[in-house]
Design a protein around this ligand. Sequence first.
Ligand SMILES: [Fe+2]
Ligand SMILES: [Fe+2]
Length: 296
Amino acid sequence: MKTENQFMHDYLKREHSFKPKWVAYNSRKDLRLNANHYQEKIAPLYSMKFFSKLTQKEKTDSYHLYIQFIAEMQIFLEKILVYGFFKFRKSDSDLNPEVRNSMRLLAREELYHTQGYQNFIDQQAPSKPLFIHNRFFRKAAAFCLNHNPLAITLIGAKFEAVSAPYFAELVAVIEDKNDPWFELNKIHMQDEVFHVPLQFDVYNSTVKKFGFIKTIIPMFFLYMVFQLVLLKGMRKLIKQSYPNRSTLTRNLIILPQMVYWASRKMESFQKSRVLLSKQFKAKAPRYRRALKFIYA
Ligand SMILES: [Fe+2]
Ligand SMILES: [Fe+2]
């Protein structure tokens, strides 16, 4: 298997340079968000109809819980990545050393990220997990990866592409640069910018091994798992943020607006789709037409 990939080559020079900032962040005990940590423009439902009907407490609570949702989503995604990459590296003894080492480095970075996000979540109290302990999601993701451990590559890139535009949004709205959520996203984004193109390179160097069916079907299923995670996460967020609203209001009015806001309306998600489709053009991954559901 031939790579000759300059990007991978450069990426590997980063070895260990990612570590110190995570060690420093993970030793911190001052990460708890309070009522002052609230940003209207990136709060859930902002610019949606229902936003004007929310009380300030509902807005602040949902803002904090949305942050928790992103943190849980990162942990979920990163654990899947580590599992998939580990499984694949184990199964393929002829793997090009550059690809193997890139996968190993990316997985090591994700392990540090997971600890960072977990450390952040642990300090937010009282907070109940939104979906991270859900066994069905873990099993469903593992099921996809057992059929193709690299199904996570381009699906992972889809979510990793959000890091940079989301951080740009934080830069624009957060004045306090010591805000713990701001700092976490800043150091995470510094690593993630490498991951998106890298996922495409890993995919391109290994996709032949699996072929069309074993690539598209596990990827599509994994994509659906993430859609369910979004739905479940938003339902829980709504339940915990707006406890005084009726079940009917929560499910029929707020939920559809919340899902639309989180997956389409947020500026960072719109920008991430542009970034991703540019990568699809530049890296020309095999079966890209069939994979359009990832970035459309
Ligand atoms: Fe990460
Ligand atoms: Fe990543």
